[in-house]
Design a protein around this ligand. Structure first.
Ligand code: PLP
Length: 445
C-alpha cells in the first residue's frame, strides 16, 4: 500500500522520522476550494493554505490549463546567456508593476530558500564590485524564517534549523525578536520596547562597524517562527538605520506578499521601502514552485557593471524562470486580481481576527494575535507569568492534532498554533474554522 511504501522509503521534511515509522502518513488525495481530502475521503478545511501559500484555493483549473498550454508549446527553456521566453518576461514585468515603486528588476529561483541564498550572493557580489569587500554581514532576527539552505538557513533564527546542522555558516547577527508580548521587559511599554530594539540594532551596527554590515533582512510579519506582528514604529526605525549606515534593507515577503496582510505587500502595511523584496508561495499559489527577487537600481547597477567587467553573472538555476511555473504564476496573479482576492483578504480581516480574538480568554491561550489573514495562538502553561508548556510545542502540537481530527488543518510552530487560510475564505468558512479550533482547544491538553 501507499501507506506502507511511504513508511519504508520516504524521508519527510520537518518530521520526526522514527515517529513517522510508527504512525505513517496522512495521504492527501484531492483539493477543492479551501478544502483538502485524505485517502479515507475525510474533508478538512486547509487553515494553513498548504504551507502559507495556496491563495486561490485548491481547485483553480485555469492555472492547470495555463500550465498545460505552456507545456505543450514550450515545456522548458532557460534564461541563461541572453535566452528568454514570454512567460518569464511577462511575469517579471507584472511583478515590477505590482510591487512598490523603484523595484525595477526581477530574478527568478525555484524556492524561497534559493531566493534568499541568491540575495546573499547578490549583496556580496555588489559590495565586492563597489570595492568594499569587508561589508558582508547580515542582520536578521531571532525567530525569523528565511529558509533552510546553508546560507538562508543561517539567516533563519530558529534553534531547530541550526542545531546539528552546523549553522549559522555565514556572518549573521540575530537581533531580538520584535514581539512585545513575549520579549518586552516587565513593565516595558510597546514604545519603550521599540526604542530598545532600535537601540540594540544601532549599537550592534556600531560595535560591528557599519562598514562590515551589508544588509538587514526581515519578514514584515514573522510567519514560520510563530506569527509575530511588529510593534508600532519598528519598521520605519529599522529603515532609517539602514539608510543612515548604508545598509540594504531586504523585505522577505515569501509569506506576506500578495495580500496576506490585507495590503498587496507587507512593507506597504508597515511603511518602509525595501531595496530588495523576496516573494514566493502566493506568487503561484504553490501550484508550481517559483520565487522572485525584486531589486532597485541601487542594487542592480553595481551588479550589472560588475558582470560587464567579469563577463557574466556566475549565478542561476536550471529552473530560474521556468516557463511552466511562470505561466502558472501569471494565471494565478490574474485570478487574484479578477476575483479581487487581496480586497477579500482585507475585508475578511475583521471577522477573521475577531474569531482569533474570541480565544484570547481561553485558559490555554497566552496571546491571540495576527493581522490580515494570518494569526497565531500562543499557548501557555500559566497565563499570568506567560510560562510556556514543557516540552516546548507539545501542547500546541496536541491542539493542532485535535483540530485535524475535527476537520481543520492548522500548524503548530513551537508553542504557537498558526492559521493562514486561503485568501478566498468567506465569513461562514471563518465561523467553521472557529468552531473546529474551539473544540480542539478544549480537548487539546
Ligand atoms: N522566507 C520565508 C519568509 C518563508 O516563510 C519561507 C518558507 O516558509 C522561506 C523563506 C523559504 O521558502 P522555501 O520553503 O520555498 O525554500
Amino acid at each position: 500500500s501507499l501507506h506502507a511504501s511511504d513508511i519504508a522509503h520516504s524521508m519527510h521534511p520537518y518530521t520526526n522520522m522514527r515517529a513517522h515509522e510508527q504512525q505513517g502518513p496522512m495521504i492527501i488525495t484531492k483539493g477543492d476550494g479551501i478544502h483538502v481530502y485524505d485517502s479515507e475521503g475525510k474533508e478538512y478545511i486547509e487553515g494553513m493554505a498548504g504551507l502559507w501559500s495556496v491563495a486561490v484555493g485548491f481547485s483553480e483549473s485555469r492555472i492547470a490549463e495555463a500550465a498545460y498550454k505552456q507545456m505543450l508549446e514550450l515545456p522548458y527553456y532557460h534564461s541563461f546567456a541572453h535566452k528568454a521566453h514570454a512567460p518569464s518576461i511577462k511575469l517579471a514585468e507584472k511583478l515590477v508593476e505590482m510591487t512598490p515603486e523603484g523595484l525595477n528588476r526581477v530574478f527568478f529561483t525555484n524556492s524561497g530558500s534559493e531566493a534568499n541564498d541568491t540575495v546573499i550572493k547578490m549583496v556580496w557580489f555588489m559590495n565586492n564590485a563597489l570595492g568594499r569587500p569587508e561589508k558582508k554581514k547580515f542582520l536578521a532576527r531571532n525567530k525569523g524564517y528565511h529558509g533552510i539552505t546553508i546560507a538562508s538557513g543561517s539567516l533563519t533564527g530558529l534553534p531547530g534549523n541550526h542545531k546539528d546542522f552546523d549553522l549559522p555558516a555565514i556572518p549573521v547577527i540575530h537581533l531580538t525578536c520584535p514581539h512585545h508580548w513575549k520579549w518586552a521587559e516587565p513593565g516595558e511599554s510597546e514604545a519603550e520596547f521599540t526604542a530598545r530594539l532600535l537601540k540594540e540594532a544601532e549599537d550592534t551596527i556600531l560595535s560591528e562597524g557599519p562598514e562590515t554590515i551589508a544588509a538587514f533582512i526581515g519578514e514584515p510579519v514573522m510567519g514560520a517562527g510563530g506569527v509575530m506582528t511588529p510593534p508600532e514604529g519598528y519598521w520605519p526605525g529599522i529603515a532609517e538605520l539602514c539608510k543612515k549606515y548604508d545598509i540594504l534593507l531586504v523585505s522577505d515577503e515569501v509569506i506576506n506578499g500578495f495580500g496576506r496582510l490585507g495590503t498587496p505587500f507587507g512593507c506597504q502595511k508597515y511603511g518602509f521601502e525595501p531595496d530588495i523584496l523576496v516573494t514566493s508561495k502566493q506568487l503561484t499559489s504553490s501550484y508550481m514552485p517559483l520565487a522572485a527577487i525584486l531589486v532597485n537600481d541601487k542594487v542592480y547597477n553595481p551588479i550589472a557593471d560588475n558582470t560587464e567587467k567579469l563577463g557574466t553573472f556566475g549565478h542561476g538555476f536550471t529552473g530560474s524562470g521556468h516557463p511552466v511555473a511562470c505561466a502558472a504564476g501569471l494565471e494565478n496573479l490574474a485570478i487574484i486580481e479578477e476575483k479581487d482576492l487581496m480586497g477579500n483578504a482585507a475585508r475578511m480581516e475583521a471577522p477573521f481576527q475577531a474569531m482569533v480574538q474570541s480565544f484570547a480568554d481561553h485558559p490555554l491561550v497566552g496571546e491571540a494575535r495576527g493581522t490580515g489573514l494570518i494569526a497565531g495562538l500562543e499557548l501557555v502553561a500559566d497565563k499570568a507569568s506567560k510560562t510556556a508548556f514543557s516540552p516546548i510545542g507539545k501542547v500546541a502540537a496536541a491542539v493542532a492534532r485535535a483540530a485535524q481530527d475535527h476537520g481543520l488543518i492548522c500548524r503548530s510552530v513551537y508553542e504557537t498554533v498558526a492559521l493562514c487560510p486561503p485568501l478566498i475564505i468567506n465569513e461562514s468558512d471563518i465561523e467553521r474554522i472557529g468552531q473546529r479550533l474551539g473544540t480542539a482547544l478544549d480537548e487539546g491538553h
